[in-house]
Design a binder for this molecule. Structure first.
Ligand SMILES: [Zn+2]
Length: 198
């Protein structure tokens, strides 16, 4: 690789840094998983195995990240390495919609999240530092605004004469069945979010 300009060296260094972080974080995760999986082996073997696997995974991920990020930083026009940087980003709001998400919890209560989903059209501008070629990339992102989460307590059990008050008081904290008089069938479908009419 010939002489890189200061800007190119800087971009190369930042790609190197980001690839190193990727490799280190995922390498450590792999090492921990390997340590757990190798639980039946003697400690020294286990430690060495975890280190080798974590190190190999981390190095592989570093190489892969460095390669792919370097490739996307190479200009398609003049072929200069480490020359493409994002020079502008424009976001335009493209619509908003109020939404509700219901997640059944293990204790029978329901976590209700209300939020506004906002869509943005994004235009990123990339400029080559060598030939000044400009390319743009358009895509859409969504973000959540005004997120509010509350927990609807479990519906009072109808059939079971078990001491439900003690259980739900210990688990949920909220008093049972004083809130949310929604006529929803208790239990029924944990997996499928039942009422799709909102
Ligand atoms: Zn170029």
């Amino acid at each position: 690789m010939a002489d890189l300009s200061a800007d190119q060296l800087e971009l190369k260094a930042s790609i190197n840094k980001s690839a190193t972080i990727w490799g280190a974080v995922l390498g450590v995760i792999v090492a921990i998983i390997a340590w757990l999986v190798l639980g039946s082996l003697d400690s020294p073997v286990r430690a060495i195995g975890a280190l080798v696997l974590g190190g190999a995974a981390g190095f592989g991920i570093y190489r892969w990240q460095f390669g792919s990020q370097s490739k996307s930083a190479q200009c398609g026009k003049c072929n200069a390495a480490f020359s493409i940087t994002r020079t502008d980003r424009k976001e335009t709001e493209a619509g908003r919609e109020d939404k509700v998400e219901r997640k059944p919890q293990d204790d029978g209560s329901t976590e209700v999240t209300r939020f506004t989903e906002v869509k943005f059209d994004v235009v990123d501008t990339y400029t080559c530092g060598s030939c000044s070629d400009v390319t743009t990339k358009k895509y859409q992102v969504t973000r959540r605004e005004n997120v509010q989460t509350k927990v609807d307590p479990a519906p009072a059990p109808a059939a079971e004469p078990a001491p439900a008050s003690a259980v739900s008081a210990a688990k949920g904290g909220a008093a049972p069945s004083t809130d949310s008089p929604q006529p929803r069938s208790p239990s029924g479908g944990l997996g499928r979010g039942g009422s799709g009419s909102e």
